[in-house]
Design a protein around this ligand. Structure first.
Ligand SMILES: *[C@@H]1O[C@H](CO)[C@@H](O)[C@H](O)[C@H]1NC(C)=O
Ligand SMILES: *[C@@H]1O[C@H](CO)[C@@H](O)[C@H](O)[C@H]1NC(C)=O
Length: 343
């Protein structure tokens, strides 16, 4: 049976898969040529689905197989046995009416339950009554239920309060993550996750923390999100939202503004001085060769260029990286300038 089924399977490998299959074979062939193994298909099963314990690398010259529930071999634990020559199946005390043994030794479980989770042992006996044993595992999971969020306080005051969000669930063996405004919550220094990510502490809260929070739980076969919890952060609108990072951003913006202003002044100066200053222009055209063809345009466009510099400067202070599209048609010394600032 084994020798019949194996070539049939190989024949089915699609051409595109051959290369991958070849690399997998070289990877697997060393440790497994002689080693009997069991693979659970799928490795993690949802309750109610079917699971196949697939047997690989059976020894030759076999007489039959026995399957046992658990990691040890014992009469009471026998699920089923199979004699290859006579194709006879015998049921054991641990048979649950949902198992089917195939001639190649694989064991199918139908409609698995949580109680099926655990180890299963195959004993393969050859015609000289030598036996080999291998243990495999089935993992069955229930889909997770919908979690909910408990907040220490859904209305909090900026800089004054902390907020603790707890993800509530009855499911076990799950992972947690947090979503803010439908996105994975970006981590901030003010945030701390604890109890296996099930508790989110924000201390202190800031106005930008206002919005919907959800927790999501998942296991190998499913996931579920809580309803959003709306956190309302009260703040004094006359006060700017301070903090080190904001200060740093302000500093950077001011620095950039100063730099841009300086360069804008320089560009302005160069264009208005440019009556025949070939050496001055080389600096500007270095980054943008086509500019040399438009030397006539330069004088016409110079007010536009100044305008463009100002525009990109505004784009910066708004912290948006999008380039000014409306200004782009004018052919230009300012783009390289903009690129230099970005670095
Ligand atoms: C054994 O037979 C079953 C049923 O035909 C099949 O699903 C399974 O893939 C086979 N196992 C191997 C290792 O070929
Ligand atoms: C929740 O926070 C608000 C604003 O800081 C405060 O007035 C209120 O007393 C807090 N409620 C609880 C239950 O802590």
């Amino acid at each position: 049976m084994e020798s019949l089924s194996a070539p049939a399977h190989r024949g089915c490998v699609p051409r595109q898969g051959l290369l991958l299959a070849a690399s997998l074979l070289t990877f697997w062939s060393l440790p497994t040529t002689a080693q009997l193994t069991i693979e659970s298909v799928p490795p993690n099963a949802a309750e109610g689905k079917d699971v196949l314990l697939r047997v690989h690398n059976l020894p030759r010259n076999l007489m039959g197989y026995m399957w046992y529930k658990g990691e040890i071999v014992g009469g009471d634990l026998q699920i089923v046995s199979y004699v290859i020559d006579t194709q006879t199946t015998s049921l054991g005390p641990a048979y649950s009416h949902r198992e089917t043994i195939y001639p190649n030794g694989s064991l199918l479980f139908q409609k698995v339950t949580l109680q099926d989770t655990g180890y299963y042992t195959l004993q393969a006996v050859d015609k000289d009554f030598r036996s080999k044993r291998v243990t495999g595992q089935i993992r069955v999971y229930q889909p997770v239920g919908k979690p909910s969020i408990r907040a220490s306080n859904a209305t909090v005051t900026e800089h004054k309060d902390a907020v603790v969000l707890t993800c509530l669930t009855n499911d076990m063996g799950i992972s947690f993550r947090w979503l803010f405004k439908n996105q994975i919550l970006p981590h901030k220094d003010r945030m701390k996750l604890s109890q296996g990510n099930s508790i989110l502490t924000i201390d202190p809260v800031r106005r930008e923390d206002t919005g919907g929070y959800q927790c999501e739980i998942f296991n190998p076969i499913s996931s579920s999100k809580s309803d959003p919890l709306e956190l309302d952060v009260q703040y004094d609108p006359t006060l700017p939202s301070p903090g080190i990072s904001d200060g740093a951003i302000a500093g950077i913006v001011i620095g950039v503004l100063a730099g841009v202003a300086l360069i804008a002044a320089l560009v302005y100066f160069l264009y208005f001085r440019k009556t025949g200053g070939a050496s001055d222009q080389r600096d500007l055209t270095e980054h943008k060769p086509p500019a040399s063809n438009h030397s006539q345009d330069h004088s016409d466009n110079s007010p536009n260029k100044i305008h463009e510099v100002t525009y990109s400067l505004l784009g910066f202070s708004g912290q948006e990286s999008k380039k000014p599209t409306s200004a782009s048609p004018s052919p230009t010394g300012t783009e390289p300038v903009y690129a230099e600032i970005k670095k």
